[in-house]
Design a binder for this molecule. Structure first.
Ligand code: 5GP
Length: 208
């Protein structure tokens, strides 16, 4: 186990390293739908499966959508420094496994992280030249409408979701690219173009 990482390090030349792609955007903007289309278009892309203390929603699969863990397990992982970043999102802990990300990058795979603005801010100083993409709604009215639909579904207050969405949107200028989700196919293709453009030496490398 302890010898696997150095061996992988030796095999991977800097140019063969994959890139880290960070995707953020307010709740209701359609990140999951756009990502589904992106992975359909580019099956070679990897997805970073986050850990969360949030209970699974109907249809969500452990190890696919998230690794669902209890609070004690999550905090123990925090204590062992196993997260590249972690944050409290809508009252639940979410975190990115550093081992998972490193393993992909060292195999030369590009890996997509769907994380909130706090997570992206925590990663910026730690990862050189990752690609930061912010997904925007076509309009604020459209976002409001989508959030109203969701608030009814989840019983979560619309006011809270709207407040969080505003806070997320306020961070959009910190991202390298902003993509408007006016059409799922178009947004996914634009993200893929950005990913392909970023194919330069050393990008996405995690600092040792
Ligand atoms: P949901 O609970 O609806 O699956 O996710 C809500 C939001 O949590 C996502 O849109 C995403 O921005 C954020 N999120 C998911 N996984 C992570 C993670 O590992 N770290 C951080 N910081 N945010 C995450």
């Amino acid at each position: 186990m302890t010898r696997a990482a150095p061996a992988a390090e030796r095999r991977a030349s800097p140019t063969s390293r994959g890139r880290l792609i960070v995707l953020s955007g307010p709740s209701g903007v359609g990140k999951d739908t756009v990502l589904r289309e992106l992975f359909r278009l580019a099956p070679r892309l990897r997805y970073s499966v986050s850990y969360t203390t949030r209970p699974p929603r109907p249809g969500e699969v452990n190890g696919v959508d998230y690794f669902f863990v209890d609070e004690a397990t999550f905090q123990a992982m925090v204590g062992r420094g196993e997260f590249l970043e972690h944050a409290l999102v809508h009252g639940q802990w979410k975190g990115t496994s550093e081992a998972q990300v490193r393993a992909s990058l060292e195999r030369g795979e590009d890996i997509v992280l769907k994380i909130d603005v706090q997570g992206a801010a925590a990663i910026r100083p730690r990862v050189r030249d990752a690609v930061y993409i912010f997904l925007l709604p076509p309009s604020l009215e459209e976002l409001r409408h989508r959030l109203e639909e969701r608030a009814t579904e989840t019983q979560e207050s619309l006011a809270l979701r709207w407040e969080n969405a505003q806070a997320e949107l306020a961070e959009q200028d910190r991202y390298d690219h902003r993509v408007v989700n006016d059409d799922v196919g178009r947004a996914a293709r634009r993200i893929l173009e950005i990913v392909e453009q970023g194919r330069v030496r050393g990008i996405g490398r995690v600092h040792p």
